[in-house]
Design a protein around this ligand. Sequence first.
Ligand SMILES: CC(=O)N[C@H](C=O)[C@@H](O)[C@H](O)[C@H](O)COP(=O)(O)O
Length: 234
Amino acid sequence: MPRIPKGALIVSCQARADNPLHGPIFMSAMARAAAAGGAKGFRANGVEDVAAIRALTTCPIVGIDKVFDDEYPVYITPAFAHAARIAQAGADIVGLDATPRRRNGEPVGTLIGRIRSELGREVFADVSTLEEGQAAAAYGATYVATTLSGYTEETAALKEKGPDLDLVEALVRAVPVPVVAEGRFDTPELVAAAFARGAHAVVVGTAITNPREITKTFVRAAAPWAGEGNAGAP
Ligand SMILES: CC(=O)N[C@H](C=O)[C@@H](O)[C@H](O)[C@H](O)COP(=O)(O)O
């Protein structure tokens, strides 16, 4: 199984159902474009997208299966069945929510152990705090990533504050496995800052593969000048 190389840029190629680029045709094209640009691995969601990207690369793929259920906050690969189908689709590494929040499936420690022993896959643990990262590493996760910082109740206030570089550094100091920076790393400078804090690799999604969200940032910049008779604003 290929490992994520040190210094790698991993490109997350994901588009939800309401995104015009949803589906394996567009997501595999995104992965090809990212590979041509030098990406050394991919993160992808769902069996179809993972299989389509597997068909075009031998680089490591962090496969996840997002399953939304109003009763449970955990949606990134919540249970073993989801991990199994993502592994079957060709993911070298299974990504999952490694927070201790309620999930529709076995406890995260059991899940990590089963993915490694029964599926023979590496585990990429998405966490939101230092304590969650330490627990995930103790359970046997291969990588610990800052993916969920800003996206849990406990960390929600961080979402508007850019990427969680402090968590990257705290994890690097505390856990014995490679730490991956993920979540809101939306400029090359922030990617460099993550490596300077000790990250093993960095995952970038929206800023590379979501033209709708990228367009919004440009439109926001144009907004003060938009509209009739507003030519000289602000
Ligand atoms: C919280 C959550 O569900 N994060 C997801 C995880 O798969 C994705 O929606 C993110 O796009 C990904 O983590 C990359 O982050 P960013 O798009 O900020 O570069």
